[in-house]
Write a protein that binds this ligand. Structure first.
Ligand code: PEP
Ligand code: MN
Length: 336
């Protein structure tokens, strides 16, 4: 249950109400919301006590979350979350474009220049790659993180890279990676989610290959529960019976997530389609459906990309997508 209090309620009154719950073993969490005090009871609230607290003069309303998540629920914040990734606001007015190669490779610097020129806001590059086959390129590992960050520093953009194992976290911290990507294959790696939740680095949580929205939000809840407030959801297509495309881009859930959660949502049309020519159209559709950002794979020479070559776009195509995102964003009221 989520308790939403009147703006200006003194902190000691909020604490007093929380204490009444904590005393009977109900854990509570305070929302980071600044406009009004909001707190959630994590555990089931005894009916009578719940009614008593709801009747308190300072309690404006109580909301029962749709699922057993609490901190990810829309009612836990007054305004939607704006995640701060190295100074780039994700979930604000601007449609944020995350772009770069699937894997960090010898073209990293060139790719970074292209992302910068094309108007991208966050530079991506995979250093630890989750590959279906153990014989496929596995990524440069820590050296990849170093190369990515050095490119990011040079062009003045924050960087994001996928973390697959908690034991790699010290390297991500050491190299100043600005956002941790949790890939589709690890969405329910709860040990990893817990491990990264308290390190202070923003987390972009991709939807699992066949995950329901509920499962996805429970995973987000793990990260929020550990203290990370900068959580970004990323729709990247789900597995369906359709084999003509790599995955099926599920845009239906964009307006749904707006109702269910306060978290920003980014769309990755690259992994959804798996086919470069489809990505510009899917990018426009994503912005129109309310995406807070796009995650796009590019490569200076796709034929030489070490992974996901078929979906790599060229600089000019990325530039068109960022321009379209700005134009469409303005049309739907996202004035920067
Ligand atoms: C990636 O971003 O390169 C990636 C592997 O994505 P996903 O986890 O969505 O498959
Ligand atoms: Mn990829």
């Amino acid at each position: 249950m989520i308790f939403r209090l009147a703006p200006g309620t003194p902190a000691d009154v909020v604490q007093e109400l929380r204490d009444r719950l904590e005393k009977v073993g109900v854990r509570t969490r305070l929302s980071p919301e600044t406009a009004q005090p909001i707190f959630a009871a994590v555990d089931k609230v005894p009916t009578k006590l719940g009614e008593e607290i709801a009747a308190h003069e300072r309690v404006l309303e109580t909301v029962t979350p749709r699922g057993a998540w609490r901190l990810a629920d829309r009612a836990f914040r007054n305004t939607p979350t704006v995640a701060d990734v190295g100074g780039v606001r994700v979930g604000g007015r601007q449609v944020v474009v995350i772009a770069g190669p699937c894997s960090v490779d010898a073209f990293m610097d060139e790719a970074a220049d292209q992302v910068k020129r094309a108007g991208g806001h966050i530079l991506r590059g995979g250093a630890y790659k989750p590959r279906t086959s153990p014989w496929s390129f596995q990524g440069f590992g820590e050296e990849g993180l170093r190369l990515l960050k050095s490119s990011g520093n040079r062009i003045g953009l924050p960087v994001i890279s996928e973390i697959m194992d908690a034991s790699h976290l010290p390297a991500f911290i050491e190299h100043g990676i600005d956002c941790l990507q949790v890939g589709a294959r690890n969405m329910q790696n709860f040990t990893l989610l817990k491990a990264i939740s308290s390190c202070g680095i923003p987390v972009l949580l991709k939807r699992g290959l066949a995950a329901t929205v509920e499962e996805w939000l429970y995973s987000a809840e793990y990260v929020l529960a550990g203290g990370c407030q900068n959580v970004i959801l990323c729709e990247r297509g789900i597995r369906t019976f359709e084999k003509a495309t790599r995955n099926t881009l599920d845009l239906t859930i964009l307006p749904l997530l707006r109702e269910w959660t306060h978290l920003p949502v980014v769309v990755d049309p690259s992994h959804a389609a798996g086919i470069a020519s489809l990505i510009p159209t899917l990018s426009r559709a994503s912005v129109a459906a309310g995406a807070d950002g796009l995650a796009i794979e590019i490569h200076p020479d796709p034929s030489q990309a070490r992974s996901d070559a078929d979906q790599a776009l060229l600089e000019g195509e990325l530039a068109q997508i960022t321009a379209d995102a700005r134009t469409l964003g303005a049309v739907i009221g996202r004035r920067e």
